[in-house]
Write a protein that binds this ligand. Structure first.
Ligand code: PLP
Length: 376
């Protein structure tokens, strides 16, 4: 919560929940990445928050971008970034999309299987490809495992096929899982990456780049290590597995760049107990799983929730959204402590909600409009 956000909310007159994002925080975060990983280029993972103001700010700061679709590609180009600063990082693309991206000048694509190499070879001849290897996501709160990435032992075959098809076998990528708490999580992936580099060298192919992915955390309820510790651990692992022949490296932070820049203001709609002797209150907010808080699925992400009564006595609550769907419950398995004095009509602040919220909001389920976002 920054002074600018507090000031903005003080003067806001509109009703309904909203996300307020302070662009100064995004700028500071970008600079922190540059400092923690000085020789590593930042490719912002656009899906975390594609607001044009964020893209424009980052484009102006010299950032590159990781996109997953043509719509994201158009947004990044409109923000002023040139195509050579875009990596098409989605491993699941239609051939028509690859062709469209290539026509706009994009020549860096992620793949994780032979069929995708064939598509890129046909639709974007001569482009650079990065092969994504599988990571199990342990230590992270929002794993991206299984769906993406080949077994590391198979990566050299995929890259060799790319080479044979006239593409540039450019490197290896992985994602250690989003909101990764373990600063050493990159070590095992980098060991596998180095072995892919060696296997390719033996086949006469020289890889150049390692894409270290995302995973850098935002600060939610649970404490997280400093970005600096991640940078140091990653650099140690690079040295350990690559020696002096350090590859070119890039990172693709999403959550770590914008998560802590945003705050959602919401309102308490109802507080009740299911029976008079119940200890636990149900607290219903005017925002839920369908309005941007999708990452509370399985109670994975536990957002800090602030009220104006936080110095009062606390008691456990179940927190839910306002819609008529029973999955629209945010925290139930692990009760959430809220002040006993919390009342219907009170405003609450849901902190560190700058990433993976606004675009997850439904377009109108139960008549609730999409989450409004203000960029200041
Ligand atoms: C989502 C995504 C990211 C961003 O991950 P964070 O954990 O939010 O930093 C980076 N790279 C790829 C390929 C992604 O899909």
């Amino acid at each position: 919560m920054t002074a600018r956000i507090r000031e903005f909310l003080k003067h806001r007159t509109q009703d309904g929940p909203c996300l307020v994002l302070d662009l100064d925080v995004v700028r500071e975060n970008y600079q922190s990445f540059a400092k923690a990983l000085p020789d590593t280029k930042v490719f912002y993972a656009v899906k975390a928050n594609p607001a044009p103001e964020i893209l424009k700010l980052l484009a102006g700061l010299g950032s590159c971008f990781d996109v997953a679709s043509m719509s994201e590609t158009h947004d990044v180009l409109a923000a002023g970034a040139t195509p050579d600063r875009i990596s098409y990082g989605n491993t699941i693309k239609k051939e028509s999309e690859i062709a469209a991206a290539f026509a706009l000048g994009i020549t860096l694509f992620a793949v994780d299987c032979e069929a995708e190499v064939e598509k890129v070879a046909r639709a974007a001849p001569g482009s650079r490809v990065i092969c994504r290897i599988h990571c199990d996501g342990s230590g992270s709160e929002w794993p991206l495992s299984r769906k993406f990435g080949c077994e590391p032992a198979y990566a050299a075959d995929i890259l060799e096929l790319a080479h044979k098809r006239g593409l540039v076998a450019h490197g290896v990528s992985f994602h250690v899982g989003s909101q990764q708490h373990n600063v050493e999580a990159w070590d095992r992936a980098l060991a596998s990456t180095a072995s892919v580099f060696r296997a390719c060298t033996e086949r006469g192919i020289t890889l150049a780049m390692v894409n270290l992915g995302g995973g850098f955390p935002a600060r939610y309820v649970r404490k997280t290590p400093k970005l600096e510790s991640y940078g140091k651990a990653i650099f140690r692992s690079l040295r350990k597995h690559f020696g002096n022949a350090l590859p070119e490296t890039i990172v693709e932070p999403g959550r770590g760049l914008v998560g802590n820049a945003g705050v959602i203001e919401a309102e308490v709609v109802l507080i009740t107990k299911r029976s008079p002797e119940d200890e636990v209150r149900w607290v219903y907010l005017d925002i839920g799983k369908f309005h941007g808080l999708a990452e509370t699925i399985d109670e994975s992400i536990r957002y800090p929730i602030r009220t104006t009564h936080d110095r009062d006595e606390m008691a456990p609550c179940i927190i839910a959204g306002p819609t008529c769907d029973s999955v629209d419950v945010l925290y139930e398995k692990t009760h959430y402590p809220l002040p006993v004095s919390l009342a219907i009509g009170d405003k609450v602040l849901i902190e560190a909600t700058g990433a993976y919220t606004a675009t997850y909001s439904s377009i109108g389920f139960n008549g609730y409009p999409p989450l409004r976002q203000y960029l200041i």
